[in-house]
Write a protein that binds this ligand. Structure first.
Ligand code: BGC
Length: 765
């Protein structure tokens, strides 16, 4: 039956019920019209399918726990993320799940965000690429996704209620583009709204975000689902564009919708539109057969998916420091220290928690690859926050006797999880003391970290020989760590977020986490490397950084055109050569730097990247396309993305702090922008606008001459600054034209207000 026909046959009560879940994880079926139930499950980096989808159970069925988003983004490998998406879909099909609740595409505004491990990056371009690939991978197999949490869900503190106060340009350039890219490039079946408010309105009721931007402007064709428990006012939410409330059942909410339609408070057409969107997805989901006869128990390839999780982890681990100790070779005795060698810390706490099919124990994996070397083990630190000198002493004794100490240090969940933010960037006191004590007796100390977001390391990093960032590396990460330590694989992950030196350096520091119900995004566009660039602040490790066991040389940078039109864009290319002795992979990054712009812009912004695999001595050409959006910025007065004529530098880089080549190009804008001059526009704005200059330009010289006559044009005794000790035009240029003319009324044929009104009429005609 056609969707429209079904809608026509549904009662008001049935429609209202469809727009609310039937249970924790299901839609409301309409049996008499053959509308089936649809099942959703968390996400994002594994399938968290509870045995009974009608209940909010804690235990879930075994599924592959892939690395979390911090690790995924550090691979910079969109094809790999696509493959992971396909594998997730296969598990959804086997476990009878129609829609996987992920990926998360929020920005890492502060490294303190408790849920940062579930998000990709501090950079919207990279996060958008990752999210789009993830979605395309899952959906290529006929399983849906839920892009979340839309929008500005950047902290856990008061996450159900806080209002993220963000100016329009920052929202458009930083907090929305990853969602926009994912919607436009991948059309997720569903988008999940955030819990928080944005500029005072709940994301679940946000007409501008949901209706105007997501659905109308970006063309999102799927359904919007609430985050679990995010709806406060069901009728306002329907009007605002929230189609499906979760979880259910919510009899009272259903009744509210029915009453609102009957009383005329809610137009039934609004409800019908949500019903249409939900039915469309429910029927799309039903097209993919799931499980065995539609129930749990289908099969997926556990080993192959474990192996994929392993491969992704090897690509996402980031080698942060290496004095030359790595890869390990020929050591006779290895002291393995740290609880997380035995108890792998490979995922974060909260709704994304997966029941893994199996777990690669780091200690065992290391031992398996260590050949004849003798391996000793000490716990090093306890599970809780207590300080245990005895554990440190035991570790020191082992480290002293060995050729090398490998410390597995995991940030405990009481410091990092969904549901609460971190309060600092530090390891526990015990962990810091342990690292320092071991390094004091054993200069060959390697630290392997497991955490979801940046750590401060200044207290100990100079004392150790190597640091490997292992993230929350998924169930197979233990093998990936051993592979990397012994050089079976060459590390190729690069940071998708800046590691600051200290908390006080971070962009949101003075505006975090907010109070009185609001958090002001005072740093505006300047998050992540955009901030550190602008402040010229040193960092511990820059965005895009990661070491390898080989070296890469960049040569012969080229651009397809030196002068180009914005709509056509340009292609940048560079030759990359592996100049070392081992196979390796390099991620080339292209940042765009606008040399002069009408509004303030970050110094540089990532607009393209490519990962390339190279044998020793091999050279490959990497090409990266830059389109209109690579050069544009969002202008809040034009209320659109604009380009401006002028020069741009294209920075070809190995990290945000390692620019290898710069090419200058000239953009010719094809935009015909409406004139935005108004009665408050300044003299400078009139002169900067082509139409403004055409009508006002002739008066400018006269105005300047008059100003200099009134205020003098120089005083020889005090330099040439004019009679009142200043250059009057420097001030006048930034005053509204009408205000300047007020001072010159006596010279004008008409009143200044009439004169400006007349000029405005001319420019707006
Ligand atoms: C989380 C979502 C999750 C949902 C369902 C919420 O608390 O914010 O990410 O998908 O619960 O578990």
């Amino acid at each position: 039956m056609k969707i429209q026909t079904i809608i026509e046959q549904m009662t008001l009560e049935e429609k209202a019920a469809l727009c609310t879940g039937a249970s924790a994880w299901t839609t409301t079926p309409v049996e008499r019209l053959d509308v089936p139930e649809m099942i959703v499950s968390d996400g994002p980096h594994g399938v968290r399918r509870v045995p009974n989808v009608h209940e909010m159970a804690l235990e879930s069925l075994p599924a592959t726990c892939f690395p979390t988003a911090s690790c995924l983004a550090s691979t910079w490998d969109v094809d790999l993320i696509h493959q992971m998406g396909e594998a997730l879909a296969e598990e959804c099909i086997a476990l009878n799940v129609d829609v996987l609740l992920g990926p998360g595409a929020n920005m890492k505004r502060s490294p303190l965000g408790g849920r940062n491990f579930e998000y990709f990056s501090e950079d919207p371009y990279l996060a958008g690429e990752m999210a789009a690939s993830f979605i395309n991978g899952v959906q290529s197999k006929g399983v849906g996704t839920s892009l979340k949490h839309y929008a500005a869900n950047n902290q856990e503190f008061q996450r159900f209620s806080i209002s993220a106060e963000i100016d329009e340009r920052t929202l458009r350039e930083i907090y929305l583009p990853a969602f926009e890219k994912a919607v436009k490039q991948a059309q997720p079946w569903t988008v999940m709204c955030a819990y928080n408010k944005v500029n005072g309105t709940f994301a679940s009721e946000h007409d501008i975000l949901l209706n105007k931007i997501l659905k109308d402007e970006w063309g999102f064709a799927g359904l919007v689902v609430s985050d679990w428990g995010a709806v406060r006012d069901r009728v306002a939410a329907l009007k605002g564009g929230l189609d499906w409330e979760m979880p259910g059942p919510q009899g009272r909410r259903v009744q509210e919708v029915v009453t609102a339609v009957r009383s005329g408070k809610l137009d039934e057409a609004v409800l019908d539109e949500s019903v249409r969107r939900i039915l469309r997805i429910v029927f799309m989901a039903a097209e993919t057969p799931k499980g065995s006869n539609g129930s749990i128990g289908g099969e997926f390839d556990v080993d192959a998916h474990h192996e994929l999780a392993h491969h992704i982890a090897t690509e996402g681990l980031v080698l942060l420091k290496n004095d030359g100790i790595l890869p390990l070779k020929g050591q006779q005795q290895i002291a393995v220290i740290g609880r997380s060698a035995e108890q792998a810390h490979f995922q974060g706490g909260g709704s994304s928690h997966i029941n893994p099919t199996k777990v690669a124990v780091p200690f065992k994996e290391l031992k398996a690859q260590a050949g004849d070397a003798e391996i000793t083990y000490a716990q090093g630190y306890p599970t809780d926050d207590s300080f245990r000198q005895d554990l440190i002493d035991e570790a020191v004794t082992l480290a002293q006797a060995a050729d090398v100490a490998v410390l597995y240090i995991a940030l405990p969940t009481f410091k990092e999880s969904e549901g609460y933010d971190r309060t600092d960037l530090d390891l526990t006191d015990q962990q810091v003391a342990l690292i320092k004590a071991v390094a004091r007796v054993q200069p060959q100390t390697v630290v392997v970290l497991n955490n979801g977001a940046p750590l401060a390391m200044s207290a100990w990093i100079d004392e150790v020989a190597a640091v490997l960032e292992g993230w929350m590396m998924g169930q197979a990460g233990g093998t990936a760590v051993a592979d990397t330590l012994f050089g079976k694989v060459n590390p190729s992950g690069k940071l998708a977020e800046t590691f600051p030196l200290k908390l006080a350096d971070t962009p949101a520091h003075l505006n975090w986490p907010g109070d009185a119900g609001k958090v002001h995004y005072g740093e505006g566009l300047f998050i992540g490397y955009r901030y550190y660039d602008a402040k010229e602040l040193p960092v511990l490790f820059p965005f895009g950084y990661g070491l390898s066991y080989t070296t890469f040389e960049y040569s012969n940078p080229q651009v397809s055109a030196k002068t180009f039109k914005d709509l056509g864009g340009v292609t940048v290319s560079v030759e990359v050569t592996n100049t070392g002795d081992v196979f390796g992979k390099e991620t080339v990054q292209v940042y765009v730097c606008d040399k002069q712009s009408g509004l303030v812009r970050p110094y540089k912004e990532l607009k393209g990247f490519a990962k390339v695999a190279l044998q020793p001595g091999e050279t490959k050409t990497v090409s990266i396309d830059l389109d209109f959006r690579a050069f544009a910025y969002y202008h809040p007065e034009y209320r659109q993305w604009i380009t401006e004529d002028g020069e741009f530098d294209l920075l070809i880089a190995a990290s945000a702090a390692d620019v290898r080549h710069a090419l200058t190009v000239t953009l010719e804008s094809t935009l015909e922008l409406p004139c935005i001059l108004d009665k408050e526009s300044t003299v400078r704005e009139w002169m900067a606008d082509a139409r403004g200059q055409a009508v006002f330009g002739p008066f400018y010289t006269q105005m300047e001459a008059e100003a200099r006559k009134m205020f003098g044009s120089g005083d020889e005794r005090y330099g040439n600054d004019g009679a009142i000790g200043m250059d009057i035009m420097e001030m006048f240029n930034d005053m509204p034209l009408v205000s300047v003319l007020m001072f010159q009324q006596h010279t004008l044929p008409t009143h200044p207000e009439d004169m400006v009104a007349d000029l405005l009429q001319q420019v707006h005609n």
